[in-house]
Design a protein around this ligand. Structure first.
Ligand code: ZN
Length: 252
């Protein structure tokens, strides 16, 4: 995974990624493949480069003063993180999930996660609650000062994966893992800056309801939590003309 170097997405203590090198003065002095990938990832998650933007290899090579081979290697790293995708014979573009895809992912999550909550409440032991509470504490300490971005979304999404894991249902856990990864990307790209979703408090409240064995209240709370998360996304900006010139965006 690419370690983003922006202040908004700095790796928290929980991240296994190595500490990033000191931030260079600007894109012009970034030369390693990893640094180029970090710089581009930061520009994408900070939304200086809009979803759907064509990442022209030649222009990027000029910005970073490197060969197209290095640019291509950096783009491959970003593709692994699903920040960009390559279209054969066309080029590499910043991922742009559609409104329909976003809505479908959240409706699928509500469907699957209501069942996960039921399974969890039915079989959760003290140790399961302890593990999830530990996750919530980690979210709270790691997310301090972390407004928006990939790391934040991943941490918050991990709670839902951890919850699924406690049910012992392997297939549901696999499905949730994929849905969470896709919705984290969507949240990262489209979450409104004015309405950052305060998810950690809600994870805590959800666990309280589960501990009271109040299954229906816990399911309803989880459904509302996912609906609020979906509601905090500004899907109107999907496909909207927010295109900044690529080179200018990277020099910002
Ligand atoms: Zn959540």
């Amino acid at each position: 995974m690419v370690t983003r170097r922006s202040s908004a997405t700095a790796a928290p203590a929980a991240s296994p990624a190595p500490a990033p090198a000191p931030a260079p003065e600007g894109p012009g002095v970034v030369t390693s493949v990893e640094s180029i990938a970090q710089d581009l990832a930061a520009a994408i998650v900070e939304r200086r480069i809009a979803p759907g933007t064509w990442l022209r290899e030649e222009a990027l090579g000029r910005v970073y003063s490197v060969s197209r081979t290095k640019v291509r290697a950096a783009l491959v790293m970003l593709a692994k993180d699903k920040l960009v995708h390559t279209v054969p014979d066309k080029g590499t573009f910043v991922c742009q999930p559609t409104v329909e895809e976003a809505r479908e992912i959240f409706s699928a999550r509500r469907l699957i996660e209501s069942e996960i909550v039921r399974l969890f409440v039915a079989r959760a032991q003290r140790a399961d609650f302890d593990r999830l509470r530990q996750h919530v504490r980690m979210e709270r300490s790691s997310l301090k000062g972390l407004a928006l971005g990939a790391v934040r979304e991943q941490l918050l999404g991990d709670f839902h994966v951890a919850l699924a894991e406690q049910t012992g249902h392997t297939v549901l856990t696999e499905i949730v893992t994929e849905l969470v990864a896709r919705s984290s990307l969507i949240a990262m790209l489209y979450q409104s800056h004015n309405d950052a979703h305060c998810a950690t408090d809600e994870h805590e409240q959800f666990l309280r309801l589960c501990e009271q064995k109040n299954t229906e209240a816990a399911v309803a709370y989880m459904m509302d939590h996912l609906t609020r998360l979906e509601g905090s996304l500004d899907l109107q900006q999907v496909g909207a003309g927010r295109q900044l010139d690529l080179v200018k965006a990277l020099m910002m």
